[in-house]
Design a binder for this molecule. Structure first.
Ligand code: IPM
Ligand code: MG
Length: 368
């Protein structure tokens, strides 16, 4: 079998720093587990704009299409705030998602026991929390036409369109049901069928897919606003949540905060299987580029490291190695190691990005 290829796109802000730690982890798997990857790096976001005048060069897009998996750090920063909308760093990420057709975005929100007190919610509400939001990622209001800012009479009008086809809902629903079968067999679908036609169709199609092919999975439906409320009230009632692009964007940030730190959460964006059977895939931390702390060695590399664990699980069929990496992270946290984002009132000294990476590597060594 040929060596699997990994395209690394560190991007902006803290992206390069956290990705440097992931590269050490990848090397560890090569040396200690005989899992070789052909790794290459390229630019995305503001970094690509600085070099090429575009947030994603066509060559990079082509390489992403070929790669067995893409790992992305983060994009954006205040330096790019005044750029034209069409070349903003975020457009690079959105182009990757759209052209690779990565329609199923898996965003786990897992509360590590060692961090349960970091949540703004009570420990008993979040301790042991382990849910996944499956966010539709390539359609809906993010991409619907018509869109734009037009002039009507003597004022401007901003327009975006929420649009979902049956097949778009069908395929992401299947991703959610498949995932649920490997977990607690429970899916809650969220939309606003009370006010949006796209929500009515969403609910109908999810129910049809369920009744036809996944009757064994427990399915419920919830309005997305009520879903947001329930996420804060008692999040452990959920297992897999499936929802559209915009609601998924909002709900996943809320879910992330339940776990105590945005610096901990990975994500996988998956598309249809390629010729080799692997899904098209891009893995990225949920956190952003955090320009305020970039370049200071303060960033938490765990979300990016856990994103690589997801790559092991979903792209490289190495679930046990993913478990190993996740256990190493859990051990380091249980040992009390904390980057600056995880320091509370207790006055303990935070460790650097690199020190956290080194500790995870040591825990990996211990696991052998
Ligand atoms: C996310 C981000 C992106 C989104 C931005 C950076 C385009 O918020 O991945 O959640 O809105 O999808
Ligand atoms: Mg977001």
């Amino acid at each position: 079998m040929t060596t699997p290829t990994l395209l690394i796109l560190p991007g902006d802000g803290i992206g390069p720093e956290v990705m440097a730690e992931v590269r050490r982890i990848i090397d560890w798997y090569g040396e200690k587990r005989g899992m070789a990857f052909e790794v290459s790096e390229d630019l995305v976001g503001g970094a690509a704009y600085d070099a090429h005048g575009t947030p994603l060069h066509d060559d990079t897009m082509a390489r992403a299409q070929e790669a067995d998996a893409v790992l992305l750090g983060a994009v954006g920063g205040p330096k790019y705030d005044d750029l034209d909308f069409s070349v903003k760093p975020e457009r690079g990420l959105l182009r990757l998602r759209k052209e690779m057709d990565l329609y199923a975005n898996l965003r786990p929100a897992q509360c590590f026991d060692a961090l349960a007190d970091f949540s703004s919610l009570k420990r008993e509400v979040v301790a042991g929390l382990d849910i996944v939001i499956v966010r539709e990622l390539t359609s809906g209001i993010y991409f619907g036409e018509p869109r734009g800012i037009i002039t009507e009479g003597n004022e401007r009008v901003g327009i975006n369109t929420q649009r979902y086809t049956e097949s778009e809902i069908d395929r992401v629903a299947r991703s959610a049901f498949e995932l649920a079968r490997r977990r607690s067999n429970k899916v809650c679908s969220m939309e606003k069928a009370n006010v949006m036609e796209s929500g009515i169709l969403w609910r109908e199609v999810v129910q049809e897919v369920h009744d036809k092919d996944y009757p064994d999975v427990e399915l419920s439906h919830m309005y997305a606003d009520a879903g947001a409320m329930q996420l804060c009230r008692w999040p452990k009632q959920f297992d897999v949540i499936v929802t559209d692009n915009l609601f998924g964007d909002l709900l996943s940030d809320a879910a992330a905060m339940l776990t105590g730190s945005l610096g901990m959460l990975p994500s996988a964006s998956l598309g249809a299987p390629m010729a080799n059977g692997r899904p098209k895939a891009l893995y990225e931390p949920v956190h952003g580029s955090a320009p305020d702390i970039a370049g200071q060695g303060l960033a938490n590399p765990i979300a990016c490291i856990l994103s690589f664990a997801m790559a092991l699980r979903y792209s490289f069929d190495a679930g046990e190695e993913a478990d190993r990496l996740e256990a190493a992270v859990e051990k380091v946290l249980a040992d009390g190691l904390r980057t600056a984002d995880l320091i509370g009132e207790d006055g303990s000294t935070p460790v650097s990005t690199t020190a956290m990476g080194t500790a995870v590597l040591a825990a990996l060594d211990d696991s052998l």
